[in-house]
Every structure is written in C-alpha cells, then in structure tokens.
Ligand binder design. Structure first.
Ligand code: PMP
Length: 404
C-alpha cells in the first residue's frame, strides 16, 4: 500500500492543529476522513446532475436515478448480496437497526417474545430494542462477556428459548476491538430457527464482508465510517425477510397506489425508502466503496492489523497502561486507561499535542458498567494511518503520564 499517495487523497490530514503539524487523526471509529474522490463526485453531481430521482421524465432526473441505482449495485457487489432488492438505503447503522427493530417487532413479535443482544453492544443496538420492548412487551436477553472482552458462547447457547425471535449483535465491538465469531453466532441461531441481525458499523471499514457467506439475515453499516459521506447507510436484508416485513415510514416512493380506502406498497427495496433519498450521498458512498475496493479490503485489513499490533506492543511499554479487550485478534480500535489519569484529561491533553482520539463511554454504557469504569480513551485506525502516527501517540501519552 502506497501510504503517502493515499494520504494525499485526504486533504484534512495535512491540517495543522494547535501549531502541530500534521494532525494525527485517530478517531476513525467515530468517523473516517473523506478522500477527494468522494467529495468531488458529490460536488460534481450537485453542480451538473442534480434532480429528484425516480420521478421525473426529464433527462437530469433519469441521470440522477441511474446514478442512484448504480450506487445500490455498487453496495450490493461490495457486500455480495444476492440482489439489489436486498439493499435498503438508510441514514446509517442506527436507522438500519431501528428499522428492523420496529418492523420486525411489529410483524413478528408478541408479548413475552425475546431478542438476544450482547453486553458489548452500542446503544443503537440496545435502545432500539428497548423501544420495541416498551411497545410490545418483549424482553432483551443479554450475552455476557468474559473478562478479556469476548462473548461467552456457552452462555449464548443457553439463552435460546421458545420465545427467542431474533439475535442482534455487533460484528466488531467499537470499544473492545473484539471480532465476534459471527459465523458461529449465526449458525447457532439458525439451528434454533432464529434470524440474526449483524451490526457491521465497525467491521465493514476493516474487512471484506460477504453477507451470503455469513448467511446473516440482516446486516447494517454506516457510510461515514467507511470514507463515505455522513447521513447515508445501508440495511441489507434477505429478500425473504424484507418481503414479510411491513414498511417503516410512509410517504412518497414507498407506495404503489394510494387511496383513502386502501394503499398498496411498492416492491423492494423502495417499500422501505419513503421520501426523497439522499441520492447524492449514495453516489458518495459508492465512490468510497470503489476507493477501498481499488486498494483491496484484504490489504486494508492487513495494514490495519499490523498497525494495531504495533500500537498495542508500543502502548504496553507505557507504565500504568491498561488496554481493554482481547490482546490478540484485535480489530483497529484500542480502548485504554493510563494509571488513574482521567480519560477526559488524557484526551484533552493529547488533543493539545495534535492527536485526536475519543474519550468517554463510546455509547456503550452497559459495557462500561460491566467493566466497572466510567469511560476510556480510544484510539482507532484507518487505512491512511502510519506507524509514525502510532509513535507520536505513544510519546504523547508518555508525556501526559509524566505530567501527572
Ligand atoms: N454500532 C456500532 C458498533 C458503532 O460503533 C456505531 C457508531 N459509533 C453505531 C452502531 C452507530 O452508527 P451511526 O451513528 O453511524 O448510526
């Protein structure tokens, strides 16, 4: 991978912050930076193509529609879905999970039914289900984690009852960096006749995803975490499931015919896409997926794994360093604490040294409770990060540690 030419595609990486040059951006788990290819494709569409999709007979509308539907095909290919009918554009992982929770909850669940989630879930994969739970009287069952941050698979198997209707778990934890054994999780659930939703927000940017090979029933991810624009994301669903679910929102685009007496719904995927979609963001997302595909997801994964291993080794040299999550097979996110330095102080001081990391509970408060902490500092890596940036992080943490 030619890192210096890749870095040139991301102008923001050349910014000077607090007179520190160049910025070391290690908050990629929250959102990644955008390459020129994405931003320019979106400006180009606004300047030269813009028109509402699916509705117009005129040239621009047809061109915009073609681009939008081509983007859907790009997403389909990227995650190897069987059909574009299985690709629903949403605003992101959060909306994708809410869509499934709401529609699946309404159509498939009754009082007393259960959803299995895990102790390491992001709030979006907890609260979405709690909303349904409150409405429908269903229950959340929680897969516990081990002390080194892995799912207890024995306990998982024990959670299934005749009331289990769905399993919804993260592919990769945004806090612990754990790569969950989703193949086993899905197989076990299917053995019980239960479908599975995978939250791929933190896996999609870092490894090749093949939804057919995974055999998951639903898969959610966000564009902005994989070098694409904000406000666009994807819900993959097997056609057989999407066909059985009711629409999520009502409005234009999702209908076939409307009367006050009887309304019929559009076919997939439009049934789930009420209103004008963000057709410029779908172009941006497609260009982002083209961008990572041209480099190769396998090469990105190898580069980031190497960086993560290097970062963990170097960070463990720091006195008082505690890294959360498994020490091997760790994805590109490292949550840590140093001695009793408060994570907010650590993050603020690192920022002043030109290093952007994240601090806090990372939208995973139940996991924080399990770990008995209030929050962590978190460094997360992307394809453009370098070993030199890890060195800068380590020496900055060292400097902060000496200050305390
Ligand atoms: N799940 C996980 C594991 C995440 O890391 C995030 C984002 N931090 C989300 C869901 C929610 O993603 P978004 O805010 O893009 O909807």
């Amino acid at each position: 991978m030619n890192l210096s030419s890749i870095r040139e595609d991301f102008p923001i990486l050349q910014r000077t912050i607090y007179k520190k040059y160049p910025l070391v951006y290690l908050d990629n788990g929250a959102t990644t930076q955008k390459p020129r290819q994405v931003v320019e494709a979106m400006s180009e569409e606004y300047y030269n193509v813009n028109a509402n999709v699916h509705r117009g007979v005129h040239f621009l509308s047809q061109q915009a529609t073609e681009m939008h539907e081509q983007s859907r095909e790009t997403v389909r290919r990227f995650i190897n879905a069987r059909s574009t009918n299985e690709i629903i554009f949403t605003r992101g992982t959060t909306e994708s999970i809410n869509l499934v929770a709401s529609c699946f909850g309404d159509a498939m669940m009754q009082e007393g039914d259960e959803v299995i989630v895990s102790e390491m879930e992001h709030h979006s994969n907890i609260v979405s289900w709690q909303l349904v739970a409150a409405r429908k009287g269903i229950r959340l069952r929680v897969i516990p984690i081990t002390d080194d941050g892995r799912l207890c698979m024995d306990a998982y198997e024990q959670l299934f009852t005749e009331h289990t209707k769905l399993v919804s778990v993260a592919h990769v934890s945004n806090v612990l960096g754990t790569i969950n054994p989703v193949g086993d999780i899905i197989r076990i659930a299917h053995d019980h006749g239960v479908p599975v939703l995978i939250d791929g927000a933190q896996s999609t940017p870092h490894m090749a995803i093949d939804v057919q090979q995974l055999d998951c029933d639903f898969f959610a991810f966000s564009g902005h975490k994989i070098y694409g624009p904000t406000g666009i994301g994807v819900l993959y669903g097997k056609e057989e499931w999407l066909d059985r679910l009711p629409p999520y929102m009502g409005g234009g685009e999702m209908i076939q015919s409307v009367s006050f007496e009887h309304t019929t719904y559009n076919e997939l995927p439009f049934k789930f896409e009420a209103g004008t979609p963000d057709y410029v963001a779908t172009t941006g997302l497609a260009r982002a997926l083209d961008y990572v595909s041209a480099i190769g997801m396998d090469r990105i994964e190898a580069h980031e794994r190497d960086l993560t291993r290097y970062a963990m080794e170097r960070m463990m040299e720091i006195e008082g360093m505690h890294i959360f999550g498994p020490m091997d097979d760790h994805d590109a996110v490292i949550s840590f604490q140093v001695g009793n330095i408060h994570h907010l102080d650590l993050g603020t001081l690192l920022d002043r040294l030109g290093i952007a990391i994240r601090t806090g509970h990372h939208c995973a408060e139940p996991l924080m409770h399990r770990l008995g902490i209030q929050g962590t500092a978190r460094a997360s890596f992307a394809l453009y990060n370098t070993r030199e940036e890890i060195d800068a992080l380590v020496s900055a943490i060292e400097r902060v540690r000496r200050m305390f």
